[in-house]
Each structure stands twice: as structure tokens, then as C-alpha cells.
Write a new protein. Structure first.
Length: 135
């Protein structure tokens, strides 16, 4: 595994990580984590890692390149944010969405009153209504 050693940091409260792959439940040992910042090189994250972060209070995805995420990673991030917002999760989204990534438009609409949906053309936004995410 790429992210070895996290099991020895169970009381870690804040983590900024710029890994390409966060898989195999790599974050499951970080039960006390309250702040997570994901970097621009992220390509893949798994459900087990995200859903183990039950203590998370701040989730910063400002640097994540949503358009270049692989597999269902962007859907997993959106689903996690959607679920955890009810429990007071603060989310920091990218301010720019030049590719009009649908997941980012969806998250922006949920969190920032849809500024990005307005910025993205209506043809792109129509396409986003048929999102591949089962949220």
C-alpha cells in the first residue's frame, strides 16, 4: 500500500495529503481526524476511507481536480459530503470550475447556492441533470 504507517497515528486530528490514490481503506485508522485537505494530484479515493471519517469537521477539496478523478471517486466524494453535511461538516470547494464538471456543479448548488451552475452554460447544466451518481 502507498499510505503505510497511518495505523500508528490514530489520534491525528488534521491531515493534508496530496496522494494520487487513497485506497484499501487507507484512512480507516484516523478515527479522530477532524480536518482533511486533499491535494491536486488525487485521482482515486475509496468508499471505505471516506466513510471511516466519522469525526471529520472540515473537508477541503479546493485543490482536487474533479474532472480528472477516476472511477467513481467524484461520486464517492459527493455522496460523503451530502451525507455528512447533516452532521455539521464544513466543506471547501474549488472556486473555479472551468470544465463545468457536473459533480462540482452539483456540490456547488448544494453548498454555495449554485454560483457554478449559473457560470456553466445551460447546455452543460442540462447534461448534469443526468448525473451518473446515485445520490
Amino acid at each position: 500500500a502507498l499510505l503505510q504507517g497511518l495505523e500508528s497515528l490514530p489520534n491525528l486530528r488534521s491531515l493534508s495529503i496530496d496522494a494520487e490514490r487513497i485506497t484499501d481503506g487507507a484512512l480507516k485508522y484516523l478515527r479522530q481526524l477532524q480536518t482533511l485537505i486533499l491535494g491536486s494530484h488525487l485521482k482515486m479515493i475509496d468508499s471505505e476511507s471516506l466513510h471511516s471519517l466519522q469525526s471529520l469537521r472540515q473537508f477541503d477539496v479546493r485543490y482536487v481536480q474533479f474532472a480528472s478523478l477516476q472511477g467513481n471517486s467524484s461520486c464517492l466524494i459527493a455522496d460523503y459530503i451530502n451525507q455528512r453535511r447533516m452532521f455539521g461538516l464544513t466543506v471547501y470547494l474549488p472556486t473555479e470550475n472551468p470544465d463545468c464538471d457536473c459533480i462540482l456543479v452539483f456540490l456547488s448548488t448544494m453548498i454555495d447556492e449554485g454560483d457554478q451552475a449559473i457560470q456553466c452554460s445551460s447546455s452543460n447544466h442540462d447534461r448534469c441533470l443526468f448525473s451518473s451518481c446515485p445520490i
